[in-house]
Design a protein around this ligand. Structure first.
Ligand SMILES: [Fe+2]
Length: 373
């Protein structure tokens, strides 16, 4: 932990007398001039700056200006009672230290002083030592309160700074994790002549479709990430199934369908791409409920997941497979048009069509013959 920015010596909660700094005087208010001059003499003798007032109203005007270390107030005064002055002063400055010094002590005002949080309730006549003892105690009490306030502020800011740091680091780690997983996907696909570059192409298509549909920057990034990692769950599917040329058995098909849940499990710890993961989990759901894993219908399927699903379908159709040649763009779009409002919302199919027509997939993005490279 870094060194606290507080000057601990400055507000030490222990130690001896704490003279008020010169710009924070002790305000003394009493309608008896002899009392005022006694208090001034004693306090100034101890090095405290003092401002005296015979009028409670004038004292209040001064207190309202702020910068007061301590208020010492009489109770019985002609223009305003000391209790009223204290109540109003504490409303102005709740942290103000206050001593009551009265010649007419009574239970009622003593209880009221306690209620207001007055530091000490003193009776006249008071000795110089007794006064100084109370002043030091009140100022020390205030210094401790200031110290606690500063410490709390510093601790809060320190905790926030550390939390931000940890979050920033965890974001960086998660970004690295996504980059690592993308590399893994690329490596997996590189081994397969039919799939080489598939996820990159799907990701690019997802990004362009999301842009075309007016998604904001974060949504576009989430859809692109979902496109990039949509089939990472295929890692759990045996190669014998992935490369099987004939029809899949029911059990094999069940395993292939499991790739979405496997992907979601692999990616679950990456909280910053949680939305992308939810799109991956839903990218084989279809509007008519015929999809998997949950058989969601209609608007229960996120639009972004439909983008990933349609981009994946288009990507697959335009790639060679063991049992068929690659579809042309037009053939793929015609085929997918049949799924309009059945598997995918019309606006998603339209987006694909617009995007593909505006910028067709560059030729040669996949080897013409498996194993040719
Ligand atoms: Fe998939």
């Amino acid at each position: 932990m870094e060194r606290s920015p507080i000057d601990f010596d400055d507000v030490s909660p222990i130690g001896g007398a704490l003279p008020a700094p010169e710009d924070t005087p002790i305000v003394v208010v009493d309608d008896e001039p002899s009392v005022l001059s006694f208090l001034r003499k004693v306090l100034e003798g101890e090095g405290y700056p003092v401002e005296t007032f015979e009028s409670a109203q004038e004292a209040f005007t001064r207190i309202s200006q702020g910068g007061i270390a301590l208020l010492i107030a009489d109770i019985v005064m002609p223009d305003m009672s000391g209790m009223e002055l204290v109540r109003r002063s504490l409303e102005e400055d709740p942290g103000l230290s206050v001593l009551i010094l009265t010649g007419a002590a009574d239970t009622e005002s003593a209880v009221e002083s306690l209620r207001l949080g007055v530091d000490d309730y003193l009776q006249k006549p008071i000795s110089a030592d007794g006064l100084i003892e109370s002043v030091v105690r009140a100022l020390r009490h205030q210094a401790q309160a200031d110290y606690r306030d500063k410490l709390e502020i510093w601790l809060r800011s320190e905790v926030k700074r550390r939390t931000d740091e940890v979050q920033q680091r965890s974001r960086e780690i998660e970004v690295v994790a996504v980059a690592t997983l993308s590399t893994l996907v690329r490596a997996m696909e590189a081994k397969d002549p039919y799939l080489k570059g598939h996820s990159e192409r799907v990701a690019r298509l997802c990004e362009r479709m999301a842009q075309h549909m007016g998604f904001d920057a974060q949504d576009i990034e989430d859809v692109r990430t979902a496109g990039l990692l949509h089939d990472i769950g295929m890692i759990a599917i045996p190669e014998s199934i992935l490369h099987k040329e004939g029809e899949l058995s029911e059990e094999e098909y069940r395993q292939v369908r499991g790739h979405v849940e496997v992907a979601a499990k692999i990616l679950e710890p990456l909280s910053h791409i949680a939305r992308a993961v939810s799109y991956i989990r839903c990218h084989h759901e279809r509007l008519d409920g015929s999809g998997y894993p949950q058989g969601l219908r209609g608007s229960d399927i996120p639009l972004a997941a439909q983008i990933v699903g349609l981009a994946e379908s288009y990507g697959s159709l335009t790639e060679r497979r063991p049992h068929r040649k690659a579809y042309s763009s037009k053939e793929a779009l015609d085929t997918l048009n049949a799924s309009r409002d059945v598997w995918f919302e019309a606006r998603v199919v339209d987006a694909l069509e617009q995007v593909v027509k505006s910028e067709p997939e560059p030729a040669g993005s996949q080897p013409e013959h498996p194993g040719s490279d």
